[in-house]
Ligand binder design. Structure first.
Ligand code: IMP
Ligand code: MG
Length: 172
């Protein structure tokens, strides 16, 4: 396996975008109880940087899903591997995700978390790969659109590797 990452979005650009997103989020949720819910594992880097740029008080939690047969097809089964710990009744939930691809993961999580009766629930995704979308997902805060190719780095993995790369790259 000899696939070299080719930089698509450099770390400086990511940093600028996150400042921008955090400014919007801080403004929109001012005076509201906000819980950031990061989706493990891919969102851990984005979550850490985004949370530190947000200037209003926030609570932080994580959720993890397991996709069997893959979330890669409409028949794919998604299950909760780790639920959130914080109560979200009457609070505003912002789901923080690395990338929206087919859309099944986010569709499932929105439905799953709605049952916990948050006051609102919205999506913040660093990357959007619209070419392969199969179910519609509303993205309130979006970083970048990416082309239909596999991307790694900044939390995103290829077989669990390359999550630690500071840039977002495509594999060629
Ligand atoms: P989907 O929207 O249900 O297809 O699932 C999105 C999930 O698939 C993300 O949370 C990522 O973990 C993973 N994923 C999708 N595209 C990529 C990619 O290009 N690189 C790495 N992970 C990806
Ligand atoms: Mg993920």
């Amino acid at each position: 396996m000899d696939r070299k990452p080719k930089t698509l979005i450099g770390s400086a650009r990511i940093k600028r975008k996150i400042k921008d997103l955090a400014r919007q989020i801080s403004r929109d949720y001012k005076g509201k109880k906000l819980v950031l819910v990061g989706i493990l594992k891919g969102a851990f880097v984005f979550m850490a940087d985004l949370a530190r740029e947000i200037t209003i008080p926030v609570e932080v939690d994580f959720i993890q899903v397991a996709s069997y047969g893959a979330s890669r097809t409409s028949s794919g089964v998604i299950k909760i591997k780790k639920d959130i710990d914080l109560p979200v009744v009457g609070k505003h939930v912002l789901l923080v995700e690395d990338i929206i691809d087919y859309g099944y993961t986010m569709k499932y999580l929105l439905k799953f978390l709605k049952v916990k009766k948050p006051k609102s629930i919205r999506v913040c995704a660093l990357l959007d790969k619209p070419a392969r979308r199969e179910v519609e997902v509303p993205i309130a805060y979006k970083g970048f659109d990416v082309p239909d190719s596999f991307v790694v780095g900044y939390g995103l993995d290829f077989a669990e590797k390359m999550r630690n790369l500071p840039d977002i790259s495509t594999l060629r």
